[in-house]
Design a binder for this molecule. Structure first.
Ligand SMILES: Cc1ncc(COP(=O)(O)O)c(C=O)c1O
Length: 427
């Protein structure tokens, strides 16, 4: 039965990020629970990367299942202009309770659209004020999504080459990883002297898709402070870092100077349904408080504020309090700390880094292109599922971002399998 599904899939489906000529046979997943997913033959796989970093409490958490079931019978969907509903209001109240620096929540569909909203909100802020600020500063090596605006503020690489002529230009500064802090700050200072800078966008503390690159909060704080002094709107793309991943609820909780806008998605619904949310301060919102209707923020999606997604988000946000989820993140963070030394000792390892519930091992690149297309990735895509683990590397960077319910024995299996893979690569 599963084989026929594989054939039917091959006949009709074009999977994301998947070469079409030599694609791997997909695993047919039929169920998921906790930190595991199960294929149709009953084999289990530990979801070591939380299905692209979206699963927080675990797969199929009963509280979120019930919340969605109850909501679907009452109000599965309604448009979101001229009407409202309880799940959307409760979710927004919850988010603003968690992020009290912000005043308003604007819903969208996913991480890319949450970033698009953030960029457009910032650019129109200056337009509404009648000021000609239109340039954006971004980090090198960034990833903010696959739509045109979010690609424009991201790195120019294999993901964007085909579209380069259609992307808007941004000013970039080096990522302030260890040793690069001063370089990054001085580049920022120079660009801030230009007159037309509208906004600065950043993945706070960790660059996810760019290879789990990590940098210190003090330098991020300094960049936010400098942006504020130049009245440049700071945007934190917390799509990956939000909901506990870096050890605090939001990565920017660690900052003294808060950005003006944060973009959220992924873990927002606990990984159940797609939903994006862009939070802005009163200052941003006030630029839209006008009788001039041409200054309206003309942005929306058919499924903006979808009640099912919002109900899942409310249940997930409640779980963070009821289950004291952040304690689980600390437990995982402790385990990852204890792994560092053992991985550093392995042959072929270039760097080991961890923050909160994120653990990454950067391997010395094998022959072939470095980065995302490095051949290590292909070998890993074969190896890990064969050993009962879902883990997709970023080129030569192997990483683990588990659901917070992952058990010590499951973490041990992930660690042993990672080590075995690295050792086998050396043979
Ligand atoms: C930091 C960041 N921003 C935006 C996105 C895009 O999110 P989505 O894939 O939901 O569009 C991602 C996805 O990985 C991300 O890591």
């Amino acid at each position: 039965m599963s084989e026929s599904l594989v054939h039917r899939d091959a006949a009709v489906i074009w999977h994301p990020f998947t070469p079409q000529q030599s694609q791997q046979t997909p695993i047919v997943i039929s169920q998921s629970r906790g930190a595991e997913v199960f294929d149709q033959n009953g084999n289990s796989y530990i979801d070591a990367i939380s299905s692209w970093w979206v699963i927080t409490h675990g797969h199929a958490h009963p509280k979120i299942v019930t919340a969605v079931q109850q909501q679907v019978a009452k109000l599965p969907h309604v448009m979101f202009s001229g009407v409202t509903h309880e799940p959307a209001v409760r979710c927004a109240e919850f988010l603003l309770h968690r992020a009290p620096h912000y005043r308003k929540v604007f819903y969208s569909d996913d991480g890319s659209t949450a970033v698009e909203v953030a960029i457009k909100m910032a650019l129109q802020f200056w337009h509404n004020k009648g000021q000609a600020r239109n340039k954006i500063i971004a980090f090198e090596n960034a990833y903010h999504g696959d739509t045109f605006g979010s690609m424009s503020v991201g790195a120019r690489n294999v993901f964007s080459t085909a579209f380069e002529r259609h992307l808007f230009q941004v000013k970039t500064i080096p990522v302030p990883v260890r040793g690069q802090e001063e370089h990054s700050i001085s580049a920022f200072k120079t660009i801030l002297q230009e007159e037309n800078i509208a906004a600065f966008i950043v993945e706070p503390l960790v660059q996810g898709a760019g290879g789990m690159l990590m940098y210190d909060v003090t330098v991020l704080d300094e960049l936010f402070e400098m942006a504020a002094a130049s009245e440049v709107i700071a945007i934190a793309d917390e799509v990956m870092t939000g909901f506990g991943r870096t050890g605090t609820f939001f990565a920017t909780d660690q900052c003294r100077h808060k950005p003006d806008i944060i973009a959220l998605s992924k873990g927002l619904t606990g990984g159940f349904l797609p939903l994006g949310a862009t939070l802005c301060t009163s200052k941003i919102h006030e630029a839209y408080l006008t009788d001039d209707r041409t200054k309206t923020f003309f942005h929306g999606h058919s499924f903006t504020g979808n009640p099912l997604a919002c109900a899942a988000a409310v249940a997930s946000l409640e779980l963070f309090e009821e289950e004291n989820t952040m304690q689980n993140v600390s437990r995982i963070a402790g385990v990852f700390q204890s792994w560092i030394h053992e991985f550093e000792k392995l042959q072929g390892v270039h760097d080991v880094r961890t923050m909160g519930g994120i653990f990454a091992v950067e391997l010395k690149p094998e022959q072939g292109p470095s980065g995302y297309l490095n051949p290590i990735a292909e070998r890993a895509l074969q190896f890990f599922p064969e050993h009962g683990i879902l883990l997709r590397p970023l080129g030569n960077v192997l990483y683990v971002i588990p659901p917070y319910c992952i058990q010590p024995n499951q973490l041990q299996i992930v660690k042993d399998t990672l080590m075995r893979f690295i050792k086998e690569l050396q043979r």
